[in-house]
Write a protein that binds this ligand. Structure first.
Ligand code: BGC
Length: 280
């Protein structure tokens, strides 16, 4: 069972509205709470169109002008590119995909490569916190064990996050989960048998829309998150971590209710806490 998918009626994005778009001077058109959903008429709505110039021509990006002869296959697997949303069929308006949650105050792709869904994968690698003598740490109030997760600090917004990354064209999510963890948190690509086995035993926590600061009306992030838990701390739990190029920092982070993470990663983590009955 996965956590509730973020969808209109249940959820309103916050991170991707009413601010300056990252790495630009572009101001998002104001979107007050009551005007987030497309179903609510907002006649004054006139957001700018912005696609960061440097993404043009990148191998991971779509073409800028969606002309009639190069229309991507929306809502389908388009060659190697997955244009299917976990949130269901998205609408195409004026030839472009429409954000499944609602307005963000900006049209275009911003910093995102793909029109429509941009797929990421997030490995939540956990272990129990232990004292120096190896005894399990227990929180003195809740009397519950304290969960630790591998967290990386992102270069772009300096926030702590799950060490996830983009699913490469044609790549299986299971490979992305392992690859991103190894690149970002272990700074290694050496695949030992232990790592191989560890990453076959995950449980799916979430798949769907992410309230990412890069989202626009026509391009948004989605992710699949899996929990890989090292119950006795003898597997990945015993590794010393080392940040790869894509991360500024990496650490075993103690999880509790005061932790703040990138986008809506904390909702993913809360679900892991619930399932493992850990301190919060
Ligand atoms: C990150 C993922 C994250 C996704 C959506 C990607 O850049 O690597 O960890 O879930 O963005 O915010």
């Amino acid at each position: 069972m996965s956590v509730t998918i973020l969808k209109p009626g249940v959820f309103k994005h916050i991170t991707c509205r009413n601010n300056i778009y990252p790495k630009s001077a572009v101001k998002r058109f104001p979107v007050p709470d009551e005007f987030v959903y497309w179903s609510k008429e907002y006649s004054e709505y006139a957001p700018e169109v912005y696609t960061a110039p440097h993404i043009n021509g990148q191998p991971w990006a779509d073409v800028n002008i969606v002309s009639a002869d190069s229309q991507p296959k929306w809502n389908q697997i388009d060659g190697d590119v997955n244009r299917v949303s976990f949130n269901g069929i998205y609408k195409i308006e004026n030839g472009l995909p429409t954000n499944p949650i609602g307005r963000t105050g900006l049209r275009g792709r911003g910093l995102l490569g793909r029109w429509g869904p941009n797929h990421a994968a997030d490995p939540v690698v956990t272990r129990w916190k232990r004292e120096a003598d190896g005894k399990m740490s227990v929180d003195s109030c809740s009397q519950k064990r304290i969960l630790q997760m591998v967290a990386i600090q992102r270069h772009d917004n300096k926030m702590w996050a799950i060490p996830g990354g983009m699913v490469d064209p044609g790549e299986k999510v299971s490979s992305t989960l392992k690859r991103e963890f190894m690149e970002e948190a272990l700074n290694s690509l050496d695949n030992t048998e232990m790592i191989e086995t560890f990453f076959t035993n995950g449980s799916e926590i979430y798949k769907g829309y992410v309230d990412d600061f890069r989202n626009t009306d026509n391009a948004w992030m989605e992710t699949v998150a899996y929990n890989f838990h090292d119950e006795d701390g003898t597997k990945v739990g015993k590794f010393s971590l080392s940040a790869g190029d894509d991360a500024a920092n990496v650490k075993w982070l103690d999880i509790n209710s005061s932790v703040e993470l990138h986008a809506n990663h904390i909702d993913i983590i809360k679900e892991v806490i619930k399932r493992l009955n850990a301190h919060w």
